[in-house]
Write a protein that binds this ligand. Structure first.
Ligand code: ADP
Ligand code: MG
Length: 424
């Protein structure tokens, strides 16, 4: 919220009032106005849109919408993750109204930098942990928030959640439950999302760590980092410890990066086995896009011995992902069945990008025509058409591995899926 904006208390009261009287157009427009003043642009847009749905000709709603859309795009917080945006291209063609101010800024920044140029290379003292403070979350999402993927949920319930919820079973399976679960599949299809939902299901805390982020070329540091993370998880128990990009520890990486990861793998094995420390209440979920690059020692019984394949979302899941990413946006007449049918083979991340693209098309059109309009099915159609599913390259490399690698049964689910898609 900007300093000059209305105070938070007024906004909260107004939000509550609008909720009580959803059809009061004047009240809603007052709220939209205050939201714009507070730089809460996307909320303002959706309130204006709501009014325009009710009363398409409302001049004040149109004006406010134009005002909201005319704000700098950077003022909003809903930018997509990785892909370049349509708006980026549009923004490039709009000249900056205040070049002299910018020049001044850069001149000032330059002179400041010249005064204090830091050394280009620094030494990290050996053995010192460089791990950032890891976030311990308490996720509110559960498996109910994961759209579709019924077989994945059933498998998680049977193999992981049911025994944990039942103390009798837990005692009986005490040994086999020591092990963790390796979630694998193409990028952007929900591995992290599902791991977080598992923590939510268990009412457990959640720590997510990318293995590549804890690796350090200084001898001993990676191991210290790993130990610190496991200790944090033990202190936070019950806790789901999510180790992402586990392939970063694989033998192939050691070769390409010319470093020996053996000691780091050994440290991870020690932590997983929990010989010296009590791992009660710590549930380790590993994830990778490249399960064939995982160090074999990690897959032995009692470690990450069970696998769960998470594939591109099915029809139901795609609908859920569309709903999730369109929620709160000014939309009209969206045909979910059509969207889902047009995105077979897309990842969750691709769908998120399609929604983002559609919103930008509607926005650019509104700005260009000066006539604000809602996001329509045509925008989604166009945005979907422009996207190449990011999963394809993964499927092709998976095919090579499954076709030419030894078949020890590890990738049986993947094999079946590739056959279904006629890739094998
Ligand atoms: N089944 C699903 N239901 C709802 N949203 C999903 C689903 N699968 C993926 N998503 C969405 O896609 C995004 C990317 O998923 P993510 O878990 O980060 O993928 P991964 O870890 O496999 O690379 C998530 O943030 C989520 O919004
Ligand atoms: Mg992930």
């Amino acid at each position: 919220m900007s300093d000059e904006g209305p105070d938070e208390a007024a906004l909260v009261s107004l939000l509550a009032a609008v909720e009580r009287a959803p059809d009061d157009i004047a009240l809603r427009l007052l709220l939209a106005r205050l939201l714009i003043d507070s730089d809460r642009i996307s909320e303002a847009v959706s309130h204006c849109a709501r009014v325009l749905e009710q009363s398409p000709g409302d001049a004040q709603a149109k004006d406010l919408m134009a005002l909201a859309l005319g704000k700098p795009v950077g003022a909003d917080d809903s930018s997509p993750a990785q892909h370049p945006t349509h708006a980026d291209t549009a923004r490039d063609s709009i000249s900056d109204p205040r070049p002299s101010e910018q020049e001044g800024f850069w001149r000032h920044a330059e002179s400041q930098l010249a005064d204090a140029i830091p050394p280009m290379f620094v030494d990290q003292p050996a053995g010192e942990s460089v791990a950032p403070a890891w976030d311990v979350e308490r996720p509110s999402v559960t498996l109910a928030d994961v759209g579709g993927l019924e077989h994945v949920k059933a498998r998680l319930n049977a193999a992981f959640l049911a025994p944990l919820r039942n103390p009798g079973l837990r005692r009986l399976y005490a040994k086999s439950l020591r092990g963790g679960l390796l979630i694998y599949g193409p990028p952007g299809c929900g591995k992290t999302f599902i791991a977080r939902a598992v923590a939510g299901e268990l009412g457990a805390k959640f720590i997510a760590v990318g293995i590549a982020d804890i690796l350090d070329i200084h001898v001993g540091t990676s191991e210290v980092n790993l130990h610190d993370i496991f200790q944090l998880a033990r202190r936070s128990a019950p806790c789901v410890l999510f180790l992402d990009e586990l392939d970063a520890l694989g033998p192939k990486r050691s070769l390409t990066r010319n470093i020996n990861l053996r000691t780091t793998v050994n440290q991870l094995l020690t932590e997983l086995d929990g010989v010296a420390d009590d791992n009660d209440g710590v549930f380790v979920l590993g994830a990778t896009n490249q399960p064939w690059d995982i160090d074999a020692a990690l897959r032995r019984p009692g470690r990450l011995d069970r696998t769960l394949l998470v594939l591109p979302p099915d029809d139901q899941a795609r609908r859920a992902i569309f709903v999730h990413h369109l929620k709160g946006r000014p939309i009209a007449g969206i045909d979910l069945a059509r969207c889902a049918a047009a995105t077979d083979g897309f990842s969750g991340a691709d769908i998120a990008y399609a929604c983002e693209g559609a919103a930008e098309l509607a926005l650019i059109d509104s700005v260009n025509s000066g006539n604000p309009r809602l996001i329509a099915q045509a925008d989604l159609d166009e945005s979907i058409r422009e996207i190449t599913p990011s999963v394809t390259p993964w499927l092709l490399s998976a095919r090579t591995v499954v076709e030419y690698g030894t078949d020890d049964g590890t990738f049986k689910d993947l094999r079946a899926y590739l056959k279904r898609r006629r890739l094998l």
